[in-house]
Design a protein around this ligand. Sequence first.
Ligand code: 13P
Length: 248
Amino acid sequence: MERKPFIAGNWKMNMTAESGAALIKELAPLVKDADCDVALCVPAILIPAMTEAAKDSNIAIGAQNMHWEPKGAYTGEISADMLKEYGVKYVIIGHSERRQYFGETDETVNKRTRAVLAAGMTPIMCVGETLEEREGGLTEKVLAKQLETDLAGVEDVTKVVIAYEPVWAIGTGRTATDEQAQETIAFIRKKIGELFCPKCAEKVVIQYGGSMNAGNCKGLMAQPDIDGGLIGGASLKTDFATIVNYNK
Ligand code: 13P
């Protein structure tokens, strides 16, 4: 089963309209011949300007969160219609920083994921264990619970992109080894097979995220179950293009 590789950047709370547009103009010619899907998930306020900057390129602009209700009294939140108005295709949901610092739970991740799907966009749904959980031998148990709850009620799991981001590898410079990432992502695929169907699981694009960079992307991308990357720090510079061109 052929899965199209997908490299996405997560700018987190970085860049401005000016510096972001300048980076996209620099990246566009460098990634134009990519064999994978390419996206940059930017802060919500930058979406209009980044959409404009990326308009003649193969870089899709994505968001970093979305609320599950279509509208209403939810100060600080962003709705599906607001994102769709700018042609947003991808929305990161359940990033570990949202879980750690902003009270995101598996239940709210599930609501947001289903809302993104219902709106016809693609959720990039993040799961991952902490260092304590990995060292305690709990990785599979933690991931199984996240997947069960986060994907509950999803009708077509093949429309979800999963990002496996071990919390201990995010922004730490400590990447999972190729083998660790492969083994854990294979487990995630197996679990999705059990929750949905093995054939569907074969179609689900699963990214690795956590200190992925221009130097380690080739080894990670060579693993049979790793279909892409969700890139933080390295997506703020032209290194992102090197990662997108990992197979060149
Ligand atoms: P870093 O690549 O900076 O470790 O961040 C990974 C990440 O959290 C992407 O969502």
